[in-house]
Design a protein around this ligand. Structure first.
Ligand code: UD1
Length: 424
């Protein structure tokens, strides 16, 4: 297993580039199941989750190879319509194969994802949506088993705006007979990209980027190529690194990003005292003299993303006052809090609300990664903690950040990846 060893207190400055978006790639890959042929996904990040999705498609007979950020997918050999527990338990986004499989082949057997480190994450909206399109869906020995002759259009209203359920139902609806209306659809940039990709494959979708998607089913789709959008969470994580650990009057420049996708974060960073400049595909941040306390409540896009909540708490541990951070999307997503406390952070929890009282310094310690974004917050805290911080189990961060330590080294951070034996 690998850990990160971070020597804190070295200020960051310089330029870093953002990779393709994990959550876009994980939606685009299953969409290729909808038509036979060869696809190229450019700007694909080298991530553990992308490898897991590749393995999953491979078990179905799909050929997948990743070279120099170009993912080539050949779906001509698809012959199996099943997502086994061994892969779904590694990555919940595996559920994305349900919609395309049942939509195109009329059958799918997908393991139920089960729980997650940050509490229950139900898939009821995915199942209800697929049912409304005419599939029979049963639960059998831990698996979702869906069958249909041909799906038909339907009116679907999601009680909660869900990224995954919107993507899944959209992929099922594009080959259905008739028109499907999805109300309260997710509007996240990754769903916009998925919808645009489906259109480039021949799908008919109206209202892309709004909460009301109208899909006119077509009989057949064809393969297409696509360039993955920049990862907005990686973008945000580097910006927070700049705000927290940037050199006095120095600049951290984040390149190959889409500033429009991180609007909420930019406002909050300015509220915290950072100076921000923005271009077409870059953002520069000059850290504040003193980090002002800023409250944050997570919300669906374009609100403040739950995927940035842990990193924001890391920033607030060093603010000059008290801030309140509320996660309205995932109530239990606070596994990073006890670990940040081990570094000396002053945080109290009540339900889904963290109250953070800024402290003058954090002190390095050994801490444990528990999930992807929690790991990012621990690295951020380690960058400013006095002495040495060891972040164990970094396989979590490898799920969603490509070579994070190398990118931080480019900014001047003292961070190294070291192999260790956890049970040794
Ligand atoms: C996606 C992202 C994840 C991000 C999350 C919220 C991917 C691969 N992952 O996850 O990084 O944190 O969006 O922005 O894109 N819900 C239900 N029933 C369902 C589905 C969801 O109640 O069937 C609830 C969830 O518990 C949660 C809310 O809906 O409270 C939003 O979740 P959702 O948007 O579905 O998250 P994911 O697609 O799993």
């Amino acid at each position: 297993m690998d850990k990160f060893v971070i020597h804190g207190g070295y200020h960051l400055e310089g330029t870093v580039s953002v990779s393709g978006a994990k959550n876009s790639t994980l939606a685009l890959m299953p969409a290729t199941l909808l038509a036979n042929g060869v696809y190229h996904l450019f700007n694909t990040p080298h991530l553990r989750d992308v490898k897991t999705m590749s393995d999953l498609l491979h078990t179905m007979g799909v050929e997948v190879s990743l070279n120099d950020h170009v993912l080539r997918i050949d779906t001509r050999g698809i012959q199996k319509f099943e997502a086994p527990y061994e892969l779904v338990k590694k990555m919940r986004a595996s559920i994305y194969v349900l919609g395309p499989l049942v939509g195109r082949f009329g059958e799918a057997k997908v393991s139920l994802p089960g729980g997650c480190a940050w509490g229950p994450r139900p898939v009821n909206l995915h199942i209800e949506g697929i049912r409304k399109l005419g599939a029979t869906v049963e639960l059998d020995a831990g698996y979702i088993v869906a069958r249909a002759q041909r799906l038909h259009g339907a009116r679907i209203l999601f009680d909660i705006s869900s990224v995954g359920a919107t993507g899944n139902v959209l992929m099922a609806a594009v080959l259905a007979k008739g028109t499907t209306l999805i109300e309260n659809a997710a509007q996240e940039p990754e769903i916009v990209q998925l919808a645009e990709f489906l259109v480039s494959m021949g799908a008919k979708i109206h209202g892309i980027g709004t909460g009301r998607l109208e899909v006119e089913g077509v009989d057949e789709l064809h393969p297409a190529d696509v360039t993955t959008i920049p990862d907005r969470i990686e973008t945000g994580t580097f910006l927070i690194a700049g705000a927290l650990a940037g050199k006095k009057h120095g600049v951290v420049r984040v390149e190959q990003c889409n500033p429009q996708h991180v609007g909420a974060l930019l406002v909050k960073l300015e509220d915290a005292g950072a100076s921000i400049s923005v271009g077409d595909n870059w953002i520069e941040i000059v850290p504040p003299e003193e980090i002002r306390p800023v409250n944050v409540t997570t919300a669906i896009y374009p609100g403040f993303p739950t995927d940035m909540q842990a990193q924001w708490i890391a920033l607030m541990t060093r603010s000059t006052g008290t801030s309140v951070i509320t996660d309205t999307i995932y109530y239990d997503r606070f596994m990073h809090v006890p670990e940040l406390q081990r570094l000396g952070a002053n945080i109290t929890m009540k339900d889904n609300i963290a109250t953070v009282v800024g402290v003058p310094k954090l002190i390095g310690a050994t801490v444990m990664s528990t999930d992807l974004r929690a790991s990012a917050s621990l690295i951020l805290a380690g960058l400013v903690a006095e002495g040495t911080t060891e972040v164990l189990r970094v396989y979590h961060i490898d799920r969603g950040y490509e070579s994070v330590e190398k990118k931080l080294q480019l900014l001047g951070a003292r961070i190294e990846r070291v192999e260790y034996d956890e049970f040794g």
